[in-house]
Ligand binder design. Structure first.
Ligand code: G1P
Length: 295
């Protein structure tokens, strides 16, 4: 097994029904936040951690993702002829990395999506990034997780404390804190009822997995929602191997939800040098007028 994490898997086969009709013919992952599609934030997060191999698990109506991360000769020629060098550099940068696309033919869940990546992951540790969980680009969640992996050489899951009323939307863990914000996980359950949840520590969409997860996924029967759940395979794995959780205290946006998506759009716009000053001024001067109009 190589020493550290060099590959990332991006499950992107979901139907995106919460964003219909926007997602009828184009992928949810391509919805823009300010000036970049959601999946680009995820890819850049991995890129910042020196990951250079990106494995996308896609499905029907997802071809725009492939085009987005590919070279685009006509557009590049056009930018070049107009002397728009910095934009040209920007759109070519990611295309220089290695992207692989695997179609998840059947909607069998997150666990099944990860299993589809096995031939490309080979025998290496790898990151899994769920692109609708957007992590503030100023935070280094994945980098911290890779450091924990490098130290323990074991599976690492990202955790956040969530309010009781939201617990049923997540995989939830039980564990002991072994170091500040690092937990040794002892149990986990996919989307429990609040009353039976083992804690308020939810798994969020970042994982460092080791290739032994594939054997467990192959043996995992359909669970919650009739889907092959990654949480169920991890629960079986932790009976044999160590599994750690890293409690992330930074900013995450659940952009798989409309309100979370809007929050991400506003907050990331306020960090984007090309629009932040004008947008901030607009919010400050018009906010109370807009809100009062709604009443
Ligand atoms: C998936 C996982 C769940 C995890 C969540 C994080 O659920 O199954 O364990 O807590 O991602 O976003 P999904 O949101 O795909 O239903």
């Amino acid at each position: 097994m190589t020493k550290t994490v060099k590959k990332a898997v991006f499950p992107a086969a979901g139907l995106g029904t919460r964003f219909l009709p926007a997602t009828k013919a184009s992928p949810k992952e391509m919805l823009p936040i300010v000036d970049k599609p959601m999946i680009q934030y995820a890819v850049e997060e991995a890129e910042k951690c020196n990951i250079r191999e990106f494995i996308m698990i896609t499905g029907k109506s997802k071809r725009a993702i492939e085009d987005h991360f590919d070279y685009a000769w006509e557009l590049e020629e056009n930018l070049r002829s107009k002397g728009k060098e910095s934009m040209l550099k920007e759109i070519r940068r990611l295309a220089q990395h290695q992207f692989a696309y695997i179609r998840q033919g059947l909607p069998l869940g997150l666990g099944h999506a990860i299993l589809c990546s096995e031939p490309f992951v080979n025998n290496e540790p790898f990151a899994v990034i769920l692109s609708d969980d957007i992590i503030d680009p100023d935070d280094d969640l994945l980098g911290e997780m890779i450091k924990i992996y490098d130290k323990y050489k074991a599976t690492v899951l990202a955790l956040q404390r969530v309010p009781r009323e939201d617990i049923h939307r997540y995989g939830v863990i039980a564990g002991m804190e072994v170091k500040k914000n690092i937990f040794r996980i002892t149990d986990m359950v996919e989307k429990p009822k609040t009353s039976s949840a083992p804690s308020d520590l939810a798994i969020i969409g970042r994982y460092i997995l080791t290739p032994d997860i594939f054997d467990f996924l192959k043996k995992t029967s359909p669970g919650k929602g009739g889907e092959i759940q990654l949480t169920d395979a991890l629960k079986a794995l932790l009976l044999k191997n160590e599994v750690y959780g890293y409690l992330f205290e930074g900013k995450r946006y659940d952009a798989g939800d409309k309100v979370g998506y809007l929050k991400a759009t506003i907050e990331l716009a306020l960090k984007n040098p090309s629009v932040k000053d004008e947008f901030k001024e607009y919010l400050l001067s018009s906010f109370s007028t807009i809100i009062n109009k709604e009443k």
